[in-house]
Design a protein around this ligand. Sequence first.
Ligand SMILES: *[C@@H]1O[C@H](CO)[C@@H](O)[C@H](O)[C@H]1NC(C)=O
Ligand SMILES: CC(=O)N[C@H]1CO[C@H](CO)[C@@H](O)[C@@H]1O
Length: 620
Amino acid sequence: MYILYTLVAAVAIVPLLLKLYFPYFWSDCSFMISLARSFITFAKRRLRKPMFTVLDRFFEHAAQHPHKTFLVFEDDAYSYRDADERSNRMAQALKRHAGLKEGDTVALYMGNEPAFVFCWLALAKLGCSAALLNNNIRAKSLLHCFNCCGAKVIIAASELGNSVREVLPSLQEQNVKVFVLAKQWSTPGMETLADKVEEAQNEPIPQSARSKITFESPAVYIYTSGTTGLPKAALINQERLLAAMEVLSSNRITQEDVIYINLPLYHAAGFIIGFVGSIVTGSTVILKRKFSVSQFWDDCRKHNVTVIQYIGEVLRYLCNTPKRDNDRDHRVRLALGNGVRPDVWKEFLNRFGAIEVREFYGATEGNLVFLNYTGKIGAVGREIFILKKLFRYAVIKYDTAKDEPVRDSNGFCIEACKGETGLLVSKITKISPFYGYVRNAQQTEKKRLHNVFQKGDVYFNSGDLMKIDKDNFVYFQDRVGDTFRWKGENVATTEVSDILTMLDFIAEANVYGVEVKEGHEGRIGMAAVTLKEEKQFDCVKMYSHVACYLPGYARPRFLRIQDSLEITGTFKQMKVKLVQEGFNPAVVQDPLYFLEENQKSYVSMTPEIHSLIMSGKIKL
Ligand SMILES: *[C@@H]1O[C@H](CO)[C@@H](O)[C@H](O)[C@H]1NC(C)=O
Ligand SMILES: CC(=O)N[C@H]1CO[C@H](CO)[C@@H](O)[C@@H]1O
């Protein structure tokens, strides 16, 4: 009897003790269980014959609930069957007119619209891979991105036809087939596609047309501005896409959910988490061309949205709108994303009600993902002993002034202490591979860090500074020196400087991101430049060059002209001091300029402009 009492008492007290001493024990456990479950689903799908892909998952849903709404865009709604039929037509047209066959790569150059989705499905049906070009890029960047995926066909949205025309001669030199999603287009060398799709038959493409696809075959190429240089294509192969399929279902998203996608589909967050995630779970997608702060909640109410995606700025923009009585009148239960600041996170919950915010961390091409599953505000995830052993990542001490990891006397890196900010690296192994960038061995090598803890080991350099606190919560802190984030996009500083130095009056350019003010996410672009001898700074030419070659978020909004640029002992440009000095004319003694979009020119930076920016009257 006594033993029984003790047992009962013990059983009752253990959870109490756990709660007291290991407050996250149960959420850690439940996370591990859902992770294990996802892994089993993944492993089962991995073993299916013939090979099971995201497309097959789409077919399953199209067969189970053909009339269920798959996609809503503006006033149009498409069921699973509609999407299946439209992509059949698209596939037939592409097969016939572009001569596509299994294994080919096609570049998609379009913004968020249903055709993007149908094109991708069509390409999957044909066994082709898609390179998702950023629809903001133009000219040299466009050509660069197109060239690095090895595509022989490009499909452009009708509103981007003119941007393709600008680079047409170079495309023609390489015998690239160019299609515009319009019914009429008069430029020779560019073919229309919309009319051909309309004429095509709704006939399924047989499985045999894609029978040679393996798990190693490329599924999509997604461009990242990683840490250095021009954008690079990260290869997402079929296996990775299949594994990514589990991310959303492990977030308990189901067929009943309605997902609101306003992030660009050419990014991993929008495409993999949002779009592929909904295919996997059989949910409904409400697709937006762009994020609109004024339409956000009305859209959510109108479509009964249950899941939203965000990047840091999105939640802040939402919090900055005037309060309304119906702020809590919606059905959103889950927000998935990354980059939200703790104060915004709190305010968002206060204002819009009990929405579960799941912050996650992961690089498109990286080999490690963190997920906040405990409700700790501000954290991107948690360090769990078993996962650490499995994935072998570490936060190592980093010297931000020299822009390189700190090494001990034996040349090895040193793990950062609890609570100390350092560089996140993760060991490249079979279970966490790093495939690198397509046709860019040099950039791939740059992301590899050698001899980290042992001679000969290789780690993936995330380029992200992180901190792990004493309770094992993981926090994202910043990007390392040669990249910064602005408006949710990574800006690679070397890419911008390469473009600035194309100008005949610029000798050197040092590009960096500066904080606008306390509490603002991201950093805005700024450049310190030197002029060539006997050359003048040309404000208008500078503006038109920058506007032509760089997307809005990457253009330096501030410029300072220096006599010479400081460099470090290792010949890297010094940024730390420049970043600290920012764009305040009271601090910066050099000639200082501001990119004024209305005037289509750079203008002299004045104390007035500075105070208008600080008071928020000039929006950046
Ligand atoms: C949203 O839900 C309400 C109540 O259940 C329903 O009447 C309405 O038709 C739904 N709207 C959409 C677009 O599904
Ligand atoms: C799964 C989970 O618990 N996620 C949490 C992430 O953090 C937010 C912030 O409080 C919580 O609300 C979520 O519940």
